[in-house]
Ligand binder design. Structure first.
Ligand code: NAD
Length: 495
């Protein structure tokens, strides 16, 4: 059983009903988590509330030093985290190392918390009256995270939440839960007091307990759109602030002047890296003005050379999918796309696999001549499937992106600066790349999409992460001169 982390200790729960955690490359069960987890969530929240009482008063110097120590420990344990990602998620080792690095960078950002929490001061807002603003912690923050980034996404939340002075309870994905436990243990080793960080293993039931718990003040969620929508509504109904990041269908628009080889390389990396199980994966390419006729074969050629193998294989480009059910669901879209009239230019079901028969394998696939009504376009497939659409004009391509219900990431490939500028100005998407296929903002910017990719107002990490994890307060102060007396019957105005 993968333990919870409650009040600074591993807690093994003897749950009657459990769900298995599988090694994606073999299908072997390598761990179990409780099928519920609600009772543990309640205990972790109560421990967090108790710990918040002291932690909120911890000096900025102490919080900063703790973050630096955490950074050093995570850095020292990089390989251990990478191994957990390769086993439970199935990422190839280079990809897993990149994930750990991007998570670590949020910890580095949080090391600067004394600077990030500086307020503003105005002298003499009225005669002998001063005002200043401060940001204070919110209380107990909860995080609910998806399977596809078991280190990075928890680290989008945890370092900023606690550096701001909150306590933080995490409910990681039940599909690859072990990395979260290590993240909490290392935070403890770095000097984070017991209870300030909790991890609850379990399913949606544990998450539901966090969403409705009266002692939880805020919720950061990352996952699929239907759950994100539910999380936002439930959290708001229960009086909490919430940021809920949802799913995506990220478009790459390819203009005729783009360098074909550079673009095809970029699209293959962005569509099939991590087996397409990235919220910023490019899953739809829009070829403008006939460039699709050259682009489709350029991609197909590259797919033939992709080595699909376990992440432990140093030659692997792409690993397995997260579960057998998910693999079957993705494969189902290959049949559906053909039935709807798309051209299956490359069929991942026939791709050679170098792996254990029990693994959740599916090779890379390319659909060409896809139209907007087809389910391979309207649904988030979240697997190694790229769909190629054709647009007659640049305007038609932008319109296609803007009509899509998601707006997480997008990219344009071109050598025309004016077209690129028009694209990033007009496109209704939260994160935009210009010849950059996966424009994930660095830790000191904020990450988040538009439309059905984000429910709530504030993006995650960076300055908006600090804002989400703090409450603003403005103090107005006067030290009266006893000679200046008298009752003021008016509403206060500056004098
Ligand atoms: P998911 O929505 O199935 O699960 C996410 C988390 O929610 C898990 O911890 C799960 O246990 C929990 N959960 C499930 N049902 C719940 C419920 N009813 N109430 C509360 N919590 C519940 O997502 P997933 O399959 O783990 O991850 C893949 C999805 O996440 C994709 O749609 C992907 O696009 C999205 N994603 C988005 C971003 C982003 O930044 N926008 C980042 C990563 C992943």
């Amino acid at each position: 059983m993968v333990p919870h982390w409650i009040a600074g200790e591993r807690v093994e729960e003897a749950a009657a009903e459990t769900v298995g955690v599988t090694e994606s490359a073999t299908g072997r069960v390598v761990g179990r988590v409780p099928a519920g987890g609600g009772e543990a969530a309640d205990r972790a929240v109560r421990a967090a509330r108790a710990a918040f009482g002291e932690w909120r008063h911890a000096s900025l110097g102490r919080r900063k030093t703790t973050m630096f120590a955490y950074r050093e420990l995570l850095n020292a344990r990089r390989d251990e985290l990478v191994d957990l990602l390769v086993t439970e998620h199935g990422k190839v080792a280079d990809d897993a190392a990149g994930e750990v690095q991007r998570g670590l960078e949020v910890v580095e950002y949080a090391c600067g918390i004394p600077d990030l929490l500086k307020g503003e001061h105005t002298e003499n807002v009225s005669t002998n009256v001063d005002s200043w603003s401060v940001r204070q912690p919110v209380g107990v923050m909860a995080g609910i995270t998806p399977f596809n980034f078991p280190v990075m996404v928890p680290l989008w939340m945890l370092p900023i939440a606690i550096a701001c002075g909150n306590a933080f309870v995490l409910k990681p994905s039940e599909k690859d839960p072990s990395a979260s436990l290590r993240l909490a243990e290392l935070a403890h080793e770095a000097g984070v007091p017991p209870g300030v960080v909790g991890v609850v293993q379990g399913t949606g039931e544990a998450a539901q307990t966090l969403l409705t718990h009266p002692e939880v003040d805020g919720v950061s969620f990352v996952g699929s759109t239907p759950v994100a929508r539910h999380v936002q509504r439930t959290a708001v109904e229960h009086g909490k602030r919430v940021q809920a990041l949802g799913g995506a269908k990220n478009h790459a628009v390819v203009l005729p002047d783009a360098d074909l080889d550079v673009t095809a390389d970029a699209l293959v990396g962005a569509a099939y890296g991590s087996a397409g199980e990235r919220c910023m994966a490019i899953s739809a390419a829009v070829a403008v003005g006939g460039v699709g006729d050259a682009l489709a074969p350029a991609i197909t050629e590259r797919l033939k050379g992709l080595e699909v193998a376990a992440g432990t294989n140093p030659d692997a480009h792409m690993g397995p999918l997260i579960t057998a059910e998910h693999r079957d669901r993705v494969a189902g879209y290959l049949a559906a796309g053909v039935a709807e009239g798309a051209t299956l230019a490359y069929d991942g079901r026939d791709h050679p696999i170098d792996g254990d028969d029990g693994g959740h394998w599916l090779g890379p696939s390319l659909f060409d001549h896809v139209t907007p009504g087809m389910t391979v376009y309207t649904d988030e497939i979240f697997g190694p499937v790229l769909v190629l659409l054709r647009a007659d004009s640049f305007e038609e391509a932008i319109d296609l992106v803007n009509r899509n219900r998601w707006g997480n990431g997008t990219a344009i490939f071109t050598n025309d600066g004016g077209a690129a500028r028009r694209f990033h100005h007009e496109v209704e998407v939260g994160m935009v790349g210009v010849n950059v296929p996966i424009p994930v903002p660095m830790a000191y910017h904020s990450f988040g999409g538009w439309k059905e990719s984000l429910f709530g107002d504030l993006h995650i990490h960076g300055p908006e992460g600090v804002q989400f994890n703090t409450r603003g307060k403005v103090v107005t102060s006067r030290w009266p001169d006893p000679t200046e007396r008298g009752i003021d019957r008016g509403f206060p105005t500056a004098r």
